[in-house]
Design a protein around this ligand. Structure first.
Ligand SMILES: Nc1ncnc2c1ncn2[C@@H]1O[C@H](COP(=O)(O)OS(=O)(=O)O)[C@@H](OP(=O)(O)O)[C@H]1O
Length: 545
């Protein structure tokens, strides 16, 4: 208030100069200052208002700078992307080919690398460097998190205004409730209320709509939900999608609705994710994304989902997740994608996804670590002819590579912990590859997964299918990958330590039967050791699970 006094005093002085009384001028000035103080104290609803406004201002300044720097960084990509999207806007939404091409364009803008797995390898190297950097700079992660939060809180001014309007609306609503005590509800009203509560519970639990008397309300709610989320196509921002969390889902044509996007298959590589993807896209309640592994958050957003500019967010919604088709279906189809590299990036991605899409469901599958690592090495050889230095191509020796990988990707617990930390228990589904792919357990594992996803567990079938398999299943290494017994034993020792970590997590969270999980992997190791020649140098031909 002291700041205002010098500003007001000359004005008061000017007006009082007319009757020539400087004392009067001072008195009037003081009176005005006092009145203004009172007015501000009265109008502020609580003492906390001022500090929180200051915080908000600080955030805006910080994030504008952040967004600006970021916009510059990705400007070139964004322009190319915008052109692609403008072209896309003229195409019919049902043109799958062009959608796929645009989806590829969305991602290609951030990397000239069209190959997902060589990207994964690069990312892996980057990940290793990042881990080293993290170790050198304790506290860097927290700082990054703060920056991310800043970035997420100020996508643009328009959003803030809308938030403000919504808050005002909510406050208005709250005030209305304070006005005169309502008359006791009639029996009919009570019945209606109970019905709504029942529907809410059913809606939260998911499952197909049962066609009971509540249909009208659910359909009306479904219409409202669809209408509100539809508008996000124009805004093209995750923050718009995020607001849907405030609205209830309903039904459309008797089918339950899903929030957009509904789930991600986030990992891990070589754990049957492609088969899962294909199984799910044949489900009538699931919408196929335009490409299998968009790696959007890791690729297009340069390892920071908060740094994705609006055109990238819009491109992802429309061209990768097929927003318009889902909208045409009034959100009765679940949007998803499967980027296996996400699983490794939980330390930053889990929290960001949760912030963007608080309802998101995450699926992770894990395979016996030595098999997973060999399958990955083989994938690079087979698909890309790319042999890592650790691989002895001539003799087909893979030991060194697997030994390295067991400290990285195949050490699942390290990657899974952040997902457990940030994604609520009921939104994270953890599967064991050996369980999912076994004849005996495939059907129940698939049904469990689909119940978790709140889609009909019996559709499209109980068969996972077999996609993306290594040719060596019947070829070069079909009799096993060569190494010595002592080498395999040392790998098993490492893999067992890793397994114990992940099994402990599985047990603590109750994701699956932890004992059966461990027994499956122990059985694989035992089977391979049994096939090894005697003595430390005896040859082992390692068969994958
Ligand atoms: N139904 C079924 N039963 C048994 N095994 C199966 C099944 N579906 C997929 N797979 C095996 O999973 C491996 C491919 O995993 P991904 O699709 O996740 O790989 S990728 O990371 O997306 O490239 C790949 O493993 P390898 O063949 O050992 O490389 C597939 O053969």
């Amino acid at each position: 208030m002291g700041v205002l006094a010098p500003l007001l005093a000359p004005a008061a002085n000017r007006s009082c100069k007319r009757d020539g009384s400087p004392v009067k001028a001072l008195l009037i000035g003081a009176l005005v200052v006092g009145l203004l103080c009172c007015a501000i104290v009265t109008l502020a609803p609580s003492g906390s208002l001022m500090p929180s406004n200051r915080v908000r201002l600080h955030l805006n300044l910080g994030t504008n700078k952040n967004v600006e720097g970021n916009e510059q960084q990705v400007k070139g990509k964004a322009e190319a992307l915008d052109t692609a999207l403008q072209d896309q806007a003229h195409l019919p939404a049902t043109d799958a080919d062009s959608q796929q091409a645009t989806a590829a364009a969305v991602l290609a803008t951030s990397s000239g690398d069209a190959d997902q797995n060589s990207h994964k390898e690069e990312a892996k190297a980057a990940g290793k460097q990042e881990v080293a950097a993290e170790q050198q700079q304790p506290g860097a992660e927290e700082q990054q998190q703060e920056e991310q939060q800043d970035g997420g809180k100020a996508n643009n001014q328009e959003e803030e205004q809308r938030d403000g309007a919504e808050e005002a609306e909510q406050q208005g609503g709250a005030e209305e409730q304070l006005v005169p005590t309502p008359a006791a509800p009639t029996a009919a009203e009570e019945q209606e209320e109970q019905q709504e509560e029942k529907e809410d519970a059913a809606g939260e639990q998911g499952g197909l709509f049962d066609g009971s008397a509540s249909q009208d309300v659910s359909e009306a709610r479904g219409l409202e939900f669809a209408q509100r989320v539809k508008d996000c196509d124009n805004s093209g921002q995750f923050s718009c999608l995020n607001r849907q969390n405030n609205w209830k889902l309903g039904t459309s044509g008797g089918q339950r609705q899903f929030r957009f996007p509904h789930f991600y298959i986030a990992g891990f590589q070589k754990c049957a994710t492609t088969s899962l993807f294909h199984h799910l896209i044949h489900h009538p309640q699931v919408q196929e994304p335009s490409i299998k592994e968009p790696e959007f958050f890791t690729k297009a957003c340069s390892y920071n989902a908060m740094r994705c500019i609006t055109s990238q967010q819009r491109g992802y919604m429309r061209d990768v997740l097929n927003f318009r088709r889902i909208q045409q279906a009034n959100f009765t189809k679940a949007a998803f994608e499967g980027s296996t590299h996400y699983g490794l990036e939980g330390r930053w991605l889990a929290m960001q996804l949760r912030e963007h899409f608080p309802w998101i469901k995450i699926v992770l599958t894990m395979r016996e670590p030595i098999s997973q690592a060999i399958s990955m090495v083989n994938h690079m050889l087979e698909r890309h002819g790319a042999a890592r230095d650790c691989y002895d191509r001539k003799k087909g020796l893979v030991f060194e590579c697997i030994n390295e990988d067991l400290d990285y990707e195949s050490r699942y617990a390290k990657s899974v912990r952040p997902w457990v930390k940030h994604i609520p228990r009921e939104q994270l589904h953890v599967l064991q590859y050996e369980n999912l792919t076994s004849d005996a357990n495939m059907a129940p594992a698939l049904r469990d997964l689909k119940s978790f996803l709140e889609i009909d567990p019996l559709l499209p079938s109980d068969d996972l299918g077999l996609k993306n398999f290594r040719h060596q299943r019947g070829g070069e290494h079909s009799d096993g990958w060569p190494m010595s017994r002592s080498q395999y034993e040392s790998l098993v020792e490492k893999a067992r330590r890793n397994a114990e970590e992940i099994v402990e997590l599985v047990r603590a969270q109750g994701y699956a039967d932890a004992d059966a999980w461990m027994a499956n992997w122990e059985a694989a190791w035992k089977m391979n050791l049994k096939r090894c020649q005697p003595g430390p140098e005896g040859e082992c031909l390692v068969i994958l699970t």
